[in-house]
Design a protein around this ligand. Structure first.
Ligand code: AMP
Ligand code: MN
Ligand code: MN
Ligand code: MN
Length: 282
């Protein structure tokens, strides 16, 4: 056993678009020597109780989290809430709202896919989602299974990714609302995977400023496997805006080495790790 603390503060279970059950996710984290894991399913806290239970059995620190879908200037942006009280009124209300929005959005996406010649996508996606709210990865798996695409990446490139018909995001709330939900639940709002939005540095800085103005306090300096330039750029932004530093794999499924649980480098030493603020969040 490793004596070193390893934090992985971004992961998904089958309660959203991950493949593993919450319990299996915790076990995998434990095998990978993760000592503190945040489960941050998309717009839901449904997996937290089972994850917490397994974490107790395996002596791992489970940090309750959630990843909210938001929009800023017409772009889909993700905000992670860490160390939230999942029973808080604001979270209950938020999950209810977002779940309703996801259900409507799934219908919209299916309609758009139908216009592109893809029939029965809603039923198809639902099969993959099971009990969970439908997300684009469930549509992607259906498109793959039905032979419309050869791999998941192609499903996003042709049908679901940024700028494609299946990229429906106008129902998502703005930063202020989402950050308020997280803060009311005693959590810390963290800007997720800043390098994934394909923005210029100046645009990213405008976005981060809006996030800070809304009460956001942290940024994912490390999100899965990253190149050194990205690490340097985001470290610079964390300093510039005096943000707490977070790190996480964004794990969804086994077999994706670039987002394996706990498998990423250490945070730069001159940044303040977000977990140091967990005890004092409010
Ligand atoms: P949604 O929550 O429905 O907006 O779907 C977003 C999710 O789709 C992300 O959290 C990823 O899990 C997944 N995703 C986004 N882009 C890609 C991509 N290019 N390839 C595979 N999965 C992706
Ligand atoms: Mn996802
Ligand atoms: Mn995300
Ligand atoms: Mn995620």
């Amino acid at each position: 056993m490793s004596a070193e603390a390893i934090y992985d503060l971004h992961s998904h279970s089958s309660a959203s678009d991950g493949i593993l059950s919450p319990a299996a996710l915790v076990s995998r984290a434990k095998s990978n020597n993760v000592t503190a894991l945040a489960l941050t399913d998309h717009d839901t806290v449904a997996g937290l109780a089972a994850a917490q239970e397994q974490a107790r059995l395996e002596d791992l620190d489970l940090i309750p989290g959630i990843e909210f879908s938001t929009q800023w200037q017409g772009r889909g942006i993700h905000i992670v809430g860490l160390n939230i009280d999942p029973r808080a009124r604001s979270i209950e209300k938020a999950v209810q709202l977002q779940t309703t929005r996801r259900a409507r959005r799934a219908e919209d996406i299916a309609d758009k896919l139908a216009r592109m010649g893809v029939a029965d996508a809603l039923e198809g996606a639902r099969r993959y989602a099971g009990e969970a709210a439908i997300g684009r990865p469930h549509f992607a798996r259906f498109l793959l299974e039905s032979g419309y695409v050869n791999n998941i990446n192609q499903a996003f490139k042709r049908y679901l990714g940024a700028g494609k018909p299946g990229d429906v995001k106008q129902m998502w709330p703005e930063f202020d609302e989402v950050v308020a939900w997280i803060r009311e639940a005693g959590g810390i709002a963290v800007l997720a995977h800043p390098c994934k939005y394909k923005m210029t540095r100046s645009k990213l800085c405008v976005m981060v400023q809006a996030f800070v103005d809304a009460g956001g306090r942290g940024i994912e300096v490390i999100s899965g496997a990253q190149n050194p330039n990205q690490l340097r750029d985001i470290t610079g932004i964390a300093h510039k805006f005096d943000l707490l530093a977070s790190c996480g794999s964004d794990f969804h499924s086994p077999g994706q080495a670039w987002q394996e649980l706990g498998r990423f480098g250490a945070l730069p030493r001159d940044l303040k790790p977000v977990w140091e603020a967990f005890a004092t969040a409010g």
